[in-house]
Design a protein around this ligand. Structure first.
Ligand code: CA2
Length: 142
């Protein structure tokens, strides 16, 4: 059974609990359910961390073990060359998701280092973006 790594970065554990006007009412648990529904026959490995090194470790652990990665790197999108380097060492497809439209927000959110590696980027679809990204991973990995 192929495995999808669903990787969420800093503060996304608060999804559905704070700032619903910006990030919506769905929780990370709802996100995982959406991904499972979008990838029947796949196992979904969920990792959320507020720590950059833990996210990098999860990408390393996915090498040779996961068929694809759906990642919302949170604010590390805009700062982390280290996460980009880790994703560059992963052999499978990578989809980057942002709940909000980062291009309609502050200019510091417009650039994502992770986008240099991602096979696709989805922003502004709310949590539905995770489902679309998962479907794309299934297509690319299948
Ligand atoms: O739009 C996205 O998904 C972001 O990756 C979310 C990050 C932000 O730094 C990026 O620029 C865009 C922030 C995640 C914070 O998540 C929260 C969720 C609910 C309540 C508070 C924070």
């Amino acid at each position: 059974m192929p495995t999808l790594l669903l990787l969420n970065g800093p503060n996304l554990n608060l999804l559905g609990q704070r700032e619903p006007h910006l990030y919506g009412a769905d929780t990370l648990e709802d996100v995982a359910r959406l991904c499972r529904e979008a990838a029947p026959g796949w196992e979904v490995r969920e990792v959320q961390s507020n720590h950059e090194g833990a996210l990098i470790d999860a990408v390393h652990a996915a090498r040779g073990a996961c068929a694809g990665i759906v990642v919302n790197p949170g604010a590390y999108s805009h700062t982390s060359i280290a996460l980009l380097d880790a994703l560059n060492a992963f052999e499978g497809p990578v989809m980057e998701v942002h709940v909000t439209n980062i291009h309609r927000r502050e200019t510091f959110r417009h650039r994502s280092y992770v986008s240099l590696r991602a096979d696709g980027v989805i922003a502004g679809l709310g949590v539905e973006g995770y489902a679309a990204a998962t479907r794309r991973i299934v297509q690319l990995a299948g």
